[in-house]
Design a protein around this ligand. Sequence first.
Ligand code: ZL4
Ligand code: CA
Ligand code: ZN
Length: 397
Amino acid sequence: RNGISRPKGYTVSWHANPEVEKHHFGMAHPMKPWRLTLTKEIVMAYGMHTAMDTHLSRAATVEELVEFHKEDYIDFLSSVTPQNLATNYPWLKPGAVGYSGPFFGVGEDCPIFDGLFEYCSLYAGASIDAARKLTSHQSDIAINWSGGLHHAKKAEASGFCYINDIVLAILQLLRHHPRVLYIDIDVHHGDGVEQAFWSTDRVLTLSFHKYDKETFFPGTGPLDDTGPTHPDNPGAHHSLNVPLNDGIDDVSYQWLFESVVGPCIDTYRPTAIVLQCGADSLGHDRLGCFNLNIQGHGSCVSYVKSFKIPLLVVGGGGYTPRNVARAWAHETSICIGADKDLDPTLPLHTPFRHHFAEEGPTLFPPLHATRFENKNPRTYLESIVTAIREQLRYMHG
Ligand code: ZL4
Ligand code: CA
Ligand code: ZN
């Protein structure tokens, strides 16, 4: 292929380090960093890389990581190995009792694996680099598919996330931007980002997610959690949540997304946007329960892009690797304005073609099939839009 020409009038930058893709959480663990290899294979097979500035990202430094994270947690992440875990940190042994010191969130969701710190600092470095390209006006849309790890806390790993690259990137953006809008379409609630900016009005966080307090991780993010209730606290009304039930489809999601995001942008007037594109909201995801197709998921990226506000695009969840790769490759094509021109037949050859054999060599397999019934009636979606608009009326700027 000759490649795709650069978009006219704006610059897209791609931030990645192939070392990230080589790490393993463990055989049966749902998080598979090699989904990034699959994504890149599709992007390159279409020739999309020629339309972007591609940057080999570097590892974030400890100094950069402690801008959000606690120092003893970073010390722990940088020194723990599968070999020294039991001897150096006996209280982290399964079944250890009577110790109330640091826990750091280690366990089956967040295992200690070989090269853990390299993995974390590389995906965080890519998000920080991407944010800096935006603030220096060298890029208008910066992409880091290895980032988007929205559950990580100050001193705790959570839900497959160790370092919160999104928080670190937003902190970079805040050096130059008065207001940052964070939008999260991962099927899980973006709790770590919400919590980090809970008390400021300079970041508006907005997460769409499956919500069930008892049965669905992390159990937070109901409609009425909108920021500190104390009225003189600047963070009040600056956390927005869109709690959803199983089975939402493209048409409902697109309508809801535009009905919520449009007024958020009009009211809050962000000067930069961070979009977390977790692909576990697709149909047929191993952990998810929505019925979105690649097109429905991608329409969120198109809509946000249409506002022409500096945009950081990150990945996140996504546990059926071949569909994660399809979605993120398609969304890359949207960013460079080439989505209308792509042949939906994947131009892949061996050794990668066989990964896509199940649904056939297409970018857009039907993923909306009825594994989950749509339990989001129109009346429910309308009540969400009404509630969000109500919240936005408290926002003045
Ligand atoms: C697994 O098969 O709901 C981890 C995690 C490891 C391999 C072998 C161990 C088997 C599913 C999940 C037992 C693991 C049990 N292995 C894990 C309450 C839980 C306690 C831990 O997309 N067990 C916790 C986290 C969620 C919980 C979702 C989404 C991240 C993101 C951004 C994070 N945790 C129950 C689960 C397996 C595993 C199989 C698993 N864990 C599914 N859902 C969770 O938002 C990246
Ligand atoms: Ca979400
Ligand atoms: Zn998720």
